[in-house]
Design a protein around this ligand. Structure first.
Ligand code: UDX
Length: 433
């Protein structure tokens, strides 16, 4: 099928490449000319395992091409995915300006039937507004079209795998034709389909991300109780997780969730719920707990290091999670800035995210490896659970550090006997010192 994706950011690019991978002819459109140029050369502007070789393959076979204009991009397409950014506004609402612009552009340039599909994360009720915008701007009022919602559930760092092995494909439609086309698009994946109306499909996305964020905040709250009672949050999560109704996934206590999705979607869902007349107190507390988790981690560091001024703090991991170079809402940002505000000096190592970190941090020393970071440091913070940190030689680390104190924000080393090597080890809610 001829498919066009508008917006070649993270979601648009992964969706485009994978749709080509399952046999469709895909055009990715973006109004950033520079980005289109480098994409045409097979360069992927993000770190995402497995994406670049796949993209290069389909550029070569011409199953995947890039355009800088919607007019050119949609001419032969029957299905058009809107995958532009929906950043947060100050009030927490999702900013849908780009979505509206694209809907208008499609209307002004379409000359036959189109299925217009929301791929970006949008609040419920957006589909109606997209439909109205197209209707209002159609040059030929007799032209037929459908609007649909098809939210994505891709995780950064495993996006290609998540696309190719979806837990479900959610289809929000108001017509049989739209449903059939979307089933046809995903047929090669033989997925479980959840077919519903547009509003419910839009809500499934916000509800799913908000529920996952709730699970994380729940286990983070438990970790504080474990700290107070000397219990082990890892065992609590294990014991809870065997219950199929609960599941062990997303019960990893740590320094809080970050990224481009959870914080934004929780904010947008709280605002949307409020507008619908429901005060979503539970989600507000989920957000609160997430902020507190970083503050509690900082308080522990201050408690153990005493004066922070002129202390050297080594940091392993800056990205919001492993296997991505993404720094958006990374917990490391608040933690490092708070330590710097107290006069601490930061030496950091991250295998992939430094180029993005440099856009945000000031006065931070970027190190070429974990050992350079810990040299002459007064403590070590582990903030991102990169595999790169699994094989480190802690005898060497102990010799390099001025004080052998580790604050493990991901319980990454909970099973390593670091005390034997003379380290003072602090995890999150695992009762070890
Ligand atoms: C998320 C959703 O998982 C995905 O379905 C959706 O499409 C986009 O948003 P992503 O933001 O890439 O994906 O990251 P995810 O792996 O979900 O992690 C989100 C945050 O939660 C990270 O900061 C991660 O470190 C944190 N997390 C995750 C925990 O603190 N504990 C956990 O148990 C799991």
């Amino acid at each position: 099928m001829n498919i066009t994706i508008i917006g070649s950011g993270y979601v648009g690019l992964v969706t485009g490449v994978c749709l080509a991978h399952i046999g469709h002819d895909v055009i990715c459109v973006d109004n950033d000319l520079q980005k289109i140029k480098s994409l045409r050369q097979g360069k992927v502007p993000i770190y995402e395992p497995g994406l670049e070789p796949l993209m290069k393959k389909y550029i070569k076979s011409k199953k995947l091409t890039f355009r800088a204009s919607i007019k050119d991009g949609i001419k032969d397409a029957i299905a058009i995915f809107i995958a532009v950014g929906t950043p947060s506004k100050k009030n927490g609402d999702a900013d849908l300006t780009y979505v509206e612009n694209v809907a208008r552009e499609i209307a002004l340039n379409m000359d036959d039937y189109k299925l217009v599909i929301e791929k970006s994360t949008v609040p419920a009720d957006t589909g109606k507004k997209v439909e109205r915008t197209i209707k209002m701007n159609l040059k030929n009022k007799n032209l037929k079209f459908d609007v649909a919602s098809n939210p994505e559930f891709l995780r950064e760092g495993s996006a290609v795998e998540d696309f190719m092995n979806p837990d479900r494909v959610v289809i929000g439609v108001e017509s049989k034709k739209a449903e059939e086309l979307l089933r046809e698009i995903y047929k090669p994946l033989k997925p479980k389909f959840v077919v519903t109306n547009i509003n419910s499909a839009e809500l499934i996305k916000h509800a799913s991300n908000s529920f996952l964020a709730t699970k994380i905040s729940f286990i983070n709250a438990i970790s504080q109780i474990c700290n107070n009672l000397g219990a082990d949050v890892l065992k609590v999560a294990e014991g809870m997780g065997y219950d199929k109704r609960i599941g062990r996934a997303f019960l990893n206590a740590g320094i809080g969730y970050g990224g481009s999705c959870f914080p934004k979607d929780v904010d947008a869902f709280i605002t949307l719920s409020n507008r619908s007349g429901y005060d979503f107190k539970l989600l507000k507390e989920v957000r609160e707990i997430n902020e507190h988790q970083k503050k509690n981690f900082l308080r522990l560091i201050e408690d153990k290091l005493w004066i922070l001024k002129d202390k050297t703090v080594a940091v392993w991991g800056l990205a919001f999670k492993s296997n991505t170079d993404d720094m958006r809402n990374a917990p490391s940002i608040d933690i490092i800035q708070a330590l710097q505000a107290e006069g601490a000096k930061i030496k950091a190592f991250d295998p992939q995210a430094v180029h993005n970190a440099k856009k945000g941090f000031k006065d931070l020393t970027y190190c070429k490896d974990p050992y350079e970071a810990v040299k002459d440091s007064d403590c070590l913070l582990l903030l991102t659970e990169w595999d790169d940190f699994k094989g480190v030689d802690f005898e060497k680390v102990a010799k390099l550090m001025r004080q052998q104190i580790i604050f493990d924000g991901r319980n990454f080393y909970h099973d390593r006997d670091l005390q034997r090597l003379g380290f003072e080890y602090h995890g999150i809610g695992i009762g070890k010192t």
